[in-house]
Design a protein around this ligand. Structure first.
Ligand code: SF4
Length: 330
């Protein structure tokens, strides 16, 4: 099986040549440092794959893709109410690398890194080193022993950072657990390096006895280019959902959100959640107030059919499920 022109290792080459230097990023998008509020040292490294940079507008300091990845001086400001673990994930840890927040589901930290470092990341302070999995994924023993777990969510970091062989080993181990009915994969890799969708990846997912749900993380319609659409088409036999984060200066605009939903659906992906930003230290400049979010969501709801309207939600630690931002649903 061949997917377009991409050799199986093309994505690894893109990973290796991802841009990690601020000046190089600014050069590539034809900006100078005095046009943006950029900062080299923020404690969270700059990392952007080139296929993603290629979708940014040149000479535009407000480009919505650039804004998601450009380190800024605002990240170093201490803002009241913003902390390192606002979702209290540390209290959801049931084993090294395994979090349990909701009934019937566990979340496995399958990898400790991502292809891109999103400046708004809710896990930018997560202690990945404490949750590193060995090659045999020992946390799965907890899943094997607990028959109430019907869904395993692979997260990270980005679970598709694992090599095809390592990823296959992981999902085949989960595949052998009878009481697990669904495997859900949260990933931004097909967004930033569509070449990650290799024939080997699709083959191993298709071979699993469980249903496979892939949750993509697109935040703006400009993120969906031809290669992305091709990657999504290749994943079309699986359930494809999208979760966006509502981000000031990126997608806090009804026209942008409507276009994102339209483009997602055209690419075979259902818009699922629009998340309120989490109160993570270093991300306050992306925050959108609940009043504004509710108003935006009302305007989007009025323009789209229900199946194209993502649910506006927030995660509140300790609740049994994500919480609908109540008054925004028509
Ligand atoms: S891909 Fe997800 S986990 Fe990784 S940096 Fe971006 S938001 Fe964070």
């Amino acid at each position: 099986m061949t997917l377009g022109p991409w050799p199986a290792d093309a994505w690894r080459r893109e990973l290796a040549r991802a841009v990690t230097d601020l000046e190089e990023l600014l050069d590539l998008v034809a900006l100078s440092s005095d046009q943006v509020d950029a900062a080299q040292e923020t404690g969270f490294a700059l990392r952007v794959p080139r296929p993603y940079i290629a979708r940014m507008g040149c000479g535009d300091p407000h480009d919505p893709l650039l804004r998601q990845v450009l380190p800024t001086a605002s990240e170093s400001k201490s803002v009241s109410g913003f902390g390192v673990d606002p979702l209290r994930e540390s209290s959801a840890v049931v084993d090294s690398g395994l979090l349990r927040k909701y009934a019937g589901r566990v979340l496995l930290i399958a990898a400790g890194a991502c292809a891109v470092n999103c400046r708004y990341c809710f896990r930018r302070h997560f202690p990945y080193a404490e949750h590193r999995q060995g090659s045999d994924f020992p946390a799965l023993e907890t899943v094997r022993r607990d028959a109430t777990i019907s869904e395993v969510i692979l997260s990270g970091g980005d679970p598709l950072m694992l090599t095809d062989a390592h990823f296959a080993s992981l999902v085949q181990r989960i595949g052998a657990i009878d009481h697990v009915h669904r495997i859900r994969i949260h990933t931004r890799l097909p967004v930033v390096i569509p070449q990650r969708v290799t024939a080997a990846l699709i083959d191993v997912l298709a071979s699993l006895p469980q249903q496979v749900v892939i949750v993509l993380h697109f935040n703006h319609g400009n993120e969906i280019d031809g290669d992305c659409a091709r990657a999504l088409s290749a994943l079309g036999r699986f359930t494809l959902l999208n979760q966006s984060v509502l981000l000031r200066g990126v997608n806090d605009d009804a026209d942008v959100l409507v276009e994102l939903s339209e483009r997602l659906f055209a690419a075979g992906v259902l818009p699922y959640y629009l998340h309120m930003p989490d109160a993570v230290a270093g991300t306050a400049h992306f925050d959108v107030s609940e009043t504004r979010a509710t108003d935006l969501h009302r305007r989007v709801t009025a323009r789209l059919p229900g199946y194209l309207t993502p649910r506006l939600v927030r995660e509140t630690p300790g609740l049994a499920a994500k919480e609908l931002v109540a008054s925004s649903q028509l």
